[in-house]
Write a new protein. Structure first.
Ligand code: NAD
Ligand code: GLY
Length: 361
């Protein structure tokens, strides 16, 4: 079992990583006898994991209710979030309740946002079930829902009270979703950790076959990197923005293609290639590093070009709505080498579009 401590003063919390945690009531121990909880999950996960987690909670004498939401990025909305509030109110949950997010990043982001608003804030636990949510979205307290005009545009910073990562559940994850999670994994290597990037080059096949030892190391390393960044910059005033490598372009793809058509990790993967190509055009990144990034992303089963039906120009309005835009100025995260990246502003838009064109069909 691996334990990582997210150090944020009063908002600190543990991340526990192991196989078989869902069957272990102690994994949920911040909850204690007499507590009330609401399990939030979706229609795909409920039949697989709801009963086992409810059994563990019942062993702790937790009074547990559940709400099962529709599955998909297109349901990460304010109106679906309202269903969570309705369920909480119908079952008379008060300020001492705890929401438990059982699912991938969609359930985690939506449940965290609901927890931050319900009766002005109640506790919540992240129980991430996708690789993407285990290495990224369950840690760090970014919560959100989408708007038709922009991804994750409505949300809060609100930390969970713990993160419970059971590696076993990756065995039921579809291969396409596993690849999607690998985009965020590769991101960590590119932005700050060249040794981890090399480890990924050497161990990618083990990750693709969900080898437990490789997976445990990978998830732990990603959580360690993210935890360190979060502890320095919880609300993204600076260095945390590096975690958005590829996301500015990726969010444009997700919105333009319709939520759920390109998976988040697929859009981020194409976005990482675009960011690398932009860095190359501006003389910041050498050709060899661009090639290594492209090769690893392709080996992970991820796209290295944008969607066929998106023109390079169509990205720009989305880029300009990005949350990193400051005083109307676009800010992009660009790699400067494998294991190094920086926030760049003042870049010529024509060059940015040309770099995107290099990554289109
Ligand atoms: P997701 O939550 O949609 O889950 C992917 C699919 O896999 C769903 O169909 C889900 O039902 C299914 N699934 C989940 N776990 C499973 C399992 N163990 N077995 C079988 N099926 C399973 O997608 P995701 O990739 O986990 O998350 C993407 C979301 O995360 C996006 O909305 C993105 O914006 C968000 N995100 C947030 C942060 C953050 O910091 N908060 C970071 C990265 C991404
Ligand atoms: N996934 C980006 C962040 O947490 O900041």
């Amino acid at each position: 079992m691996q334990k990582i401590h997210v150090s944020l003063g009063k908002r600190s919390y543990p991340i526990t990583i192991a196989s078989g945690l869902f069957q272990d009531p102690t994994a949920f121990l911040p909850l204690k006898m007499g507590n009330k909880a609401m399990l939030v999950t979706n229609q795909t996960l409920a039949p697989i994991y709801l009963d086992v987690i409810k059994d563990s909670l019942k062993q702790l004498k937790i009074e547990v209710d559940q709400i099962i939401l529709p599955d998909g990025e297109q349901y990460k909305t304010l109106s679906v979030m309202e269903q969570v509030f309705t369920a909480l109110l119908k079952k008379s949950h008060g300020r001492d309740t705890t929401l438990i997010a059982l699912g991938g990043g969609v359930i985690g982001d939506l449940t965290g946002f609901a927890a931050s608003c319900y009766q002005r804030g109640v506790r919540f636990i992240q129980v991430p079930t996708t690789l993407l949510s285990q290495v990224d979205s369950s840690v760090g307290g970014k919560t959100a829902v989408n708007h038709l005009l922009g991804k994750n545009m409505i949300g809060t910073f609100y930390q969970p009270m713990s993160v419970v990562i059971d590696i076993n559940c990756l065995k039921t994850l579809p291969a396409r979703e596993l690849s999607s999670g690998l985009a965020e994994v590769i991101k960590y290597g590119i932005i700050v950790d060249s040794a981890f990037f090399i480890w990924l080059e050497e161990h990618l096949d083990e990750l693709l076959s969900v080898d437990a030892n490789a997976m445990e190391y990978c998830i732990r390393r990603c959580c360690e990197i993210k935890t360190k960044i979060i502890s320095l910059d919880e609300t993204e005033q600076g260095i945390r923005a590096l975690l958005n490598l590829g996301h500015t372009y990726g969010h444009a793809i997700e919105v333009e293609m319709g939520y759920g058509n390109w998976l988040h990790g697929e859009a981020v993967a194409a976005g990482i290639i675009m960011a690398s190509q932009t860095a190359y055009r501006f003389g910041q990144l050498n050709n060899q590093d661009v090639s290594r990034i492209k090769k690893l992303i392709a080996r992970a089963g991820l796209p290295v070009t944008g969607p066929k039906n998106m023109t390079p120009e169509s990205y720009l309005p989305h880029l300009m709505r990005d949350k990193k835009v400051l005083s109307g100025e676009l800010r992009l995260i660009l790699p400067t080498a494998i294991g190094q990246s920086e926030i760049r502003m003042g870049l010529d838009h024509k060059q940015i579009i040309s770099a995107i064109a290099d990554c289109c069909y």
